[in-house]
Ligand binder design. Structure first.
Ligand code: ZN
Length: 256
């Protein structure tokens, strides 16, 4: 099947679907200038992942983590949504997509117009921070101001608790509520579309398999092969933005 036929099949699956889920990984954000954490140019080459236990135990580790973020996290902080994100946002707005499950922490689905309550973040969100004691949220510009002025990020002013980016770190439990919602959406859909994930990180990668086993059509759009390709109805090895834009119906001029 050539690329044209693949696009036609994806369009037909979208038209036939009553309820779809989009599942995204790093590959959807590379066109926004965010390097795949695991790729050869990966952010992890420069930003060492920090273990949750070490972060809690040591102020030195905490400060090192903030230093990495403010000195090397620019690509993530300044990224804007690309055509792939915009296509997904249209599928949420016009149907049939009911939820976007993402492994990304970049907030680009929300930035592209997907309502916050329809984005399920499995690995948290790096664009704000939270006190581990009282749960208070802090916007990153606020934290950055403190870092630039004092060279460090202090504890919560309200309760003295540890302030951490709202991401899920290594060694930190998967967030219960998003995991539960992701499972519910996965079992409720008839079409499950993976965009830009190598599907190697568990338990997140279990959702496409769960969808396929439940009878949903599984579509995978990813530059490289994945372990789930054998159970997928359709595998497209091409760019996400071009593929999704081509599969969508032409944008209607607003007449009303
Ligand atoms: Zn607090």
């Amino acid at each position: 099947m050539d690329h044209r036929q693949q696009i036609d099949q994806l369009r037909a699956l979208l038209e036939a679907s009553h309820r779809a889920v989009v599942f995204t990984g790093a590959g959807i954000s590379t066109d926004s200038g965010i390097p795949d954490f695991r790729g050869p140019q990966g952010l992890w080459k420069r930003m060492k992942p920090i273990d949750f236990g070490d972060f809690i135990a040591s102020d030195e580790v905490r400060q090192q983590s903030w230093r990495q973020w403010f000195e090397h996290g620019g690509a993530l902080r300044e990224a804007r949504p690309n055509s792939g994100h915009l296509a997904v946002a249209r599928l949420v707005r016009e149907g049939p997509v009911s939820a976007v499950i993402t492994q990304n922490v970049d907030n680009l689905h929300q930035d592209s117009g997907v309502p916050v309550e329809q984005v399920i973040e499995l690995h948290g969100n790096a664009t704000y921070a939270r006190c581990l004691g009282c749960g208070r949220s802090f916007q990153m510009p606020e934290i950055e101001r403190e870092y630039r002025e004092t060279g460090r990020v202090g504890d919560c002013r309200d309760c003295g608790g540890i302030v951490k980016s709202a991401t899920i770190s290594f060694g930190q439990a998967m967030p219960e509520e998003p995991m539960r919602r992701a499972g519910e959406e996965t079992l409720a859909c008839d079409l499950f579309i993976v965009l830009g994930s190598s599907l190697t990180v568990y338990p997140a990668a279990g959702f496409p398999l769960m969808a396929a086993e439940n009878g949903a059509d599984l579509v995978i759009v990813n530059e490289q092969p994945t372990d789930m390709d054998p159970v997928a109805r359709l595998v497209i090895s091409a760019g996400i933005g071009e593929t999704m834009a081509a599969a969508l119906p032409p944008e209607q001029a607003t007449l009303h």
